[in-house]
Design a protein around this ligand. Sequence first.
Ligand SMILES: O=c1ccn([C@H]2C[C@H](O)[C@@H](COP(=O)(O)OP(=O)(O)OP(=O)(O)O)O2)c(=O)[nH]1
Ligand SMILES: [Mg+2]
Length: 151
Amino acid sequence: MTESVDVLIIAPELPSYAHPGDAGADLRAAEAVRLDPGQRALVGTGVAIALPDGFAAFVVPRSGLATKHGITIVNSPGTVDAGYRGEIKVTLLNTDAREAYDVAVGDRIAQLIVMPVSRARFVPVETLPGSARGEGGFGSSGYGTETGAGR
Ligand SMILES: O=c1ccn([C@H]2C[C@H](O)[C@@H](COP(=O)(O)OP(=O)(O)OP(=O)(O)O)O2)c(=O)[nH]1
Ligand SMILES: [Mg+2]
């Protein structure tokens, strides 16, 4: 069964889940904007929410817009803090080299994923416990079928 949580909202239209089981509820543009190739713009959604303590919401791109038109979100995933009461806005970026992209009012431009989050209690220590990975990162496990040191 899908867990649900009440999120208080002020919006011209409620964000909607396209299908049962979807993680992201679509956010609509509250303003029209033309994105020239390579241009970014902060686009309002007209949506303001109050998340319960212990939750955050993440503004993430829609894959169709990304694949078909090169439209992504600069700061993806955008983080909406539980205490934020302002309008949720989306920093769209047109990565296409040639085609402008027109956003109309009401277009579904992004999706919002509501998630429980933990706050860290940072505990200073002199040494960290060992682990299988250790300090390896940034491609240390390789890129292809090989294992161990990367190419
Ligand atoms: O894509 C986004 C990302 C953030 N926000 C809002 C909600 C969030 O709670 C607030 C601050 O976001 P963030 O902490 O990422 O930005 P900042 O640059 O650190 O600003 P601040 O100093 O206000 O925290 O802006 C959005 O509306 N859309
Ligand atoms: Mg911040």
